[in-house]
Design a protein around this ligand. Sequence first.
Ligand SMILES: NC(=O)C1=CN([C@@H]2O[C@H](COP(=O)(O)OP(=O)(O)OC[C@H]3O[C@@H](n4cnc5c(N)ncnc54)[C@H](O)[C@@H]3O)[C@@H](O)[C@H]2O)[C@@H](O)CC1
Ligand SMILES: [K+]
Length: 478
Amino acid sequence: MENAGRHMAEKISERVSLDQHITIVIGGGNNGGDGFVIARCLKEKGYQHHACQLVPDQKIKGDALYHKQVYEQFGGMIERVETLDQLKEKCASSDVVVDAVLGIGITGTIREPLRRMIEVINEAEAVVFSVDIPSGLPANENEVVDMSVNADYTFVVEAPKQSAFVEGLAPYYGEWEVVSIGIPLAAFSDQKQMRWQHMDVQRTFPKRTSFSHKGSHGKGAVVGGQLSMPGSVALTARAALRSGAGLLTVATVKDNIPVVANQCVEAMYHVWRDDQGILIDDSVSSLNHYDAIAIGMGMGRADESQKLTLRIVNEINRPVIVDADGLYHIKSDLEVVRARLAPLVITPHLGEMAMLTETTIAEIKQAPFSITKQFAQKYQVYVVLKGKFTIITTPRGEQVVTDTGNPGLAKGGSGDVLSGVILAFMMQHNERLPAIANACYLHGLTADMSITSGRHTETDLLASDVIDELSVAFRTIV
Ligand SMILES: NC(=O)C1=CN([C@@H]2O[C@H](COP(=O)(O)OP(=O)(O)OC[C@H]3O[C@@H](n4cnc5c(N)ncnc54)[C@H](O)[C@@H]3O)[C@@H](O)[C@H]2O)[C@@H](O)CC1
Ligand SMILES: [K+]
């Protein structure tokens, strides 16, 4: 509690000047205890502040009581705020409100008077900093908001909670950052979600040695692209090559090859048998010569392509990435997926995930962590649930989130590019989770940097621009 409060006071002082007035609103649990520590540290730094206790004295116990007493011994004055009017007055005379009313220990609907006090905090003009979580907000997904502080900033203790990554709940946090208190993450039994960050990419990204040759970086294959969709495989192939794949073969219908080859001269080509431009079930075993295969992009949903996809999933004992139309094909027989032993990565967006799990987009948005985890464990697949927050789940149920990327990626072709980066990284990393997480992180970072650099806007950014800009993001990690 001392560490948490001290670090948060430090963060607050970086954003608030000494002439600004701060009110710390304090509740009855350990979240309130953090509030007492913050009050003492801000006093120590010379801030004008009020520490307002919103609950009766008997509610302050344990560590929180200890820190209340330390604050008082330090000359701090605690004001007991009982009415809404008293709170309104405090908030009105403050530039900043530090919200240490409720943390992750809430149960049930928010009781009065705190319920209406939260409304008062939200009506105030002051900037609101929440301690650990906006008071009243559930920590986990799949819960409804009864009443919550709408924070401008939140200092999350040690590990982000699920609600920070759930569309309907995340906005309550405002901007947020993790405050480390020196407790290993494993100590938080119910908080295993991890934000995959730049330092994780740096830590896990493989180095190319001076003795590398094209064979050291993997031979990949991209299978897809019916006659009407040559661009999809071209994007995947180019993204894989730009992401370091040693050798890459595009397996597509004959008439597409000149078009794709024109955009991707570094690739090799496998003429896949077709029936009027549709890929059909043929020469599947030839794919065992590759180190990893991506399938489904631009493939179309014809029965023949479905047979082909299921045979690849069933017979190829190399890592396979299934995207786009391939996801519809595997849905027709998920038992084939379950029976498969070699790694399978699926990369659905919300709509595709709803289709695979026979739920709705709204249900997935409400409980993205548990729905994907259930699916990944049941079918023993890696799931990349794409969205504002991309959730990556392993067959064992581990989950990480990447939060790079912007609405400029919400366009046709983005998924094809991501699949290409995943394909290349699966061949270069020893471990699957870092390979996939690094791909998602860097794909999003590329889009972000294309915009912050001024070269593109969210409106004009194309999937092919992201491929061309990958080097900008890669340069940040080598
Ligand atoms: N996990 C850890 O190891 C650490 C936790 N810390 C802090 O401790 C917090 C969790 O502490 P607690 O478990 O004491 O819980 P909280 O501080 O979230 O809240 C418990 C208090 O809220 C009241 N309450 C619960 N449900 C309510 C409802 N529906 N309506 C009105 N009042 C309600 C309870 O009566 C109790 O007084 C974290 O959010 C964080 O701020 C930090 O001190 C650092 C270390
Ligand atoms: K809080």
